[in-house]
Design a protein around this ligand. Structure first.
Ligand code: NAD
Length: 305
């Protein structure tokens, strides 16, 4: 018997699946038995315009290989309609891949209200609206897998992408909390920061580099994270060119800076190297661990002085 990870009977919504990474996810899920809603607004890279061709072509390609797929042409800003397409055609929703994206790069001062708002609306609000609409179905089935698509621009910052960076790191915050709220319903939520050849990267990277960054080197991670046997949740992965790695927060061991009941900017200055040195890093993975660490440090200090 094959040990291939299969998705038979599972219903997957993939946003922005008319091209790039989303198209690759759609084809791969369908090849492995999933019923796929191929969503794409079909507009330009900047968010202007719309059309049905992009989604239709991917659906045709899936059907030509005997896969099961339906198109949806709504913007992710109307995520409820995308979920309705899944329910009307397939009766359920199991997996959500929040992938649709646009770019409106400008240096910070030149970023207009529209540049800011459109990016937040498509990336962050779109992922929120769609996932919220699908949530009750996943809760009811006691099964759900959700992927958020972040970016190195959010994790590290990138010149000219203040709007995009903010939205992309916002998605990590959303995913972190959904992974906690989803736990008791077997809904797992993870975030990826991919690097791949697509129309978003074609204009900023040279051809020879783009050729090693095939979307096919990202989709296996997405499929693995969405499989019913995968327990991973609340995690962030960087993926590209065949390499996959997990990221986590690290904090310095820090310093107890207050003296008795007082604390001044000079106390910060005098402890700056201890505050910022990562010799003995600490890894907290919950807000409780992090908050209790401060409280315990304060209580220990008071007891000792
Ligand atoms: P892409 O432009 O090929 O794909 C994005 C798709 O989203 C397009 O087909 C577009 O029509 C669709 N789309 C845009 N706005 C939409 C909306 N409102 N509703 C529905 N569909 C919409 O680009 P890609 O590189 O494949 O990007 C996929 C995701 O990966 C994006 O979220 C992007 O920000 C993210 N990302 C990509 C890279 C990379 O290296 N390619 C790096 C970091 C993050």
């Amino acid at each position: 018997m094959s040990d291939q990870l299969r998705f038979d009977g599972k219903v997957v919504i993939i946003t922005g699946a008319g091209g790039g990474l989303g198209k690759c996810y759609a084809l791969t899920f369908a090849e492995r038995g999933a019923k796929v809603v191929v969503n794409d607004l079909g507009g330009e890279m900047t968010g202007d315009g719309k059309g049905t061709k992009a989604a239709d072509k991917v659906v045709e390609e899936i059907r030509a290989k005997n896969g099961i797929a339906v198109p949806n042409y709504d913007s992710v800003e109307n995520g409820e309609k995308i979920v309705q397409t899944a329910v009307d055609n397939f009766g359920r929703v199991d997996i959500i891949i929040n992938n649709a994206g646009i770019l409106r790069d400008r240096s910070f001062l030149k970023t207009s209200d529209l540049d800011w708002d459109l990016i937040q609306r498509v990336h962050l609000r779109g992922s929120f609206i769609l996932t919220r609409a699908a949530w009750p179905y996943m809760q009811k089935n006691k099964f759900g897998r959700v992927i958020m698509t972040s970016s190195g621009a959010g994790i590290y910052g990138n010149f000219g992408q203040a709007n995009y960076s903010a939205a992309k790191l916002g998605l990590l915050g959303l995913s972190n909390t959904l992974s906690i709220e989803g736990q008791k319903y077997n809904i797992k939520c993870n975030t990826i920061a991919p690097v791949a050849k697509s129309r978003l990267t074609e204009t900023v990277m040279p051809e020879d580099i783009l050729n090693v960054l095939k979307p096919e080197f990202v989709s296996p991670l997405v499929l693995y994270l969405c499989h019913e046997n995968t327990e991973e949740t609340g995690s962030l992965f960087e993926v590209g060119g065949g390499w996959v790695g997990k990221l986590r927060w690290q904090k310095s061991s820090g310093a107890m800076v207050k003296k008795g009941d007082s604390m001044s900017p000079e106390d910060i200055r005098d402890n700056w190297s201890k505050i910022t040195t990562f010799d003995s890093p600490i890894y907290h993975s919950t807000i409780g661990e992090s908050t209790n660490f401060c409280i315990n440090a304060s209580e220990t200090d008071s007891a000792e002085s």
